[in-house]
Design a protein around this ligand. Structure first.
Ligand SMILES: [Zn+2]
Length: 319
């Protein structure tokens, strides 16, 4: 009887330990998922995989520097009320086929760009090379518009690392041309060397970051996800952005329009109006980062000043 009781007691203890252990793991995932920068692709991303990514992705907030995490930008300075809207123009060979066959009318959300123009809102547009080739006139117009900064979103929107929501896998040798082709197209449009790069699906490993740095490119992720891909709820997109924006945020959405991102332009007026009312200023990524450099510089000066003062103080005290 005693043995049975002991066995039952141990069994009960075992169950309790397992329960506490699993609930802690679950809690930590939930908490982590709340502030992890998340990719918004692709439109056919299985939600279970998204959740997995949320739970394992690196968190920009834990970065040593407020600006970058291992050379990747997640957001700008948290001390100023500035935010950067970013819109990705995806284009894969499959999307091109949809377009050319007439199955999809357009992958350019002109309405979105018109609203940014009307409201005089600055934004950064990450264009794939294939999108530029399919929309040369629009790309020329966007490059000439002083409200917009352009960046690269690769050439054909493949995965640069791992499964990445089922995006096309490429070999190591194909990564460089994916970068170079779009750099050439962007130079043709802007007449200057592009420095901004956004990984398709936001997927990368350190090798890819090193490759970008060799090319003079900075990886730009985000800390706020509109989650506008195949999202039919304007209000959900608005809420995704408004509840997560803070000083220095980089917001990711898309400029492909229906059917991939059907409600982005519908959500935009409320997002922009509300954030302006909250006192935020919209800036391009370069402006957001130069602001960081400025505050980094002023922190450095402040440090030097304190150092000199404390040195003088010490001298005065005869130490
Ligand atoms: Zn994309």
């Amino acid at each position: 009887m005693d043995k049975l009781f002991l066995a039952l007691a141990f069994f009960y203890l075992f169950i309790v330990i397992i329960f506490i252990g699993s609930s802690q793991v679950k809690d930590s995932i939930i908490v982590y998922a709340d502030y992890v920068p998340t990719p918004s692709f692709t439109n056919d991303t299985p939600s279970a995989f998204k959740q997995l990514f949320f739970s394992v992705a690196q968190d920009g907030e834990n970065a040593v520097s407020p600006v970058t995490n291992n050379g990747v930008v997640f957001h700008g300075s948290r001390s100023d009320k500035k935010v950067a809207l970013t819109f990705d123009a995806d284009m894969t060979p499959w999307m091109k086929e949809q377009l050319l066959s007439g199955a999809v009318k357009s992958y350019y959300n002109q309405q979105l760009i018109d609203y940014l123009d009307q409201s005089q809102t600055k934004a950064t547009l990450f264009l794939t090379g294939m999108w530029i080739e399919l929309y040369p006139d629009a790309a020329t117009h966007l490059a000439a518009d002083p409200l917009f900064e352009l960046g690269s979103h690769s050439y054909s929107h493949p995965s640069f690392s791992g499964f990445c929501y089922g995006l096309a896998q490429i070999t190591q040798d194909e990564k460089q041309p994916e970068i170079d082709k779009t750099q050439q197209l962007l130079v043709g449009l802007t007449k200057k060397q592009n420095t901004l790069f956004r990984f398709p699906g936001g997927c990368y490993a350190q090798d890819e970051i090193d490759l970008l740095h060799k090319k003079g490119l900075q990886a730009i992720q985000w800390d706020v996800v509109g989650d506008d891909g195949f999202n039919d709820s304007t209000q959900a997109i608005v809420a995704n952005v408004l509840k997560n924006v803070q000083n220095g945020s980089i917001i990711v959405m898309h400029m492909n329009g229906y059917p991939n991102d059907p409600k982005t332009s519908d959500a935009l007026p409320e997002i922009i109006t509300t954030l302006k009312l909250r006192g935020y200023t919209f800036v391009t990524i370069s402006e957001l980062l130069s602001q960081n450099l400025t505050s980094a510089k002023s922190n450095e000066l402040q440090y030097l000043r304190n150092y000199l003062l404390s040195d003088k103080q010490l001298t005065k005290n005869g130490v």
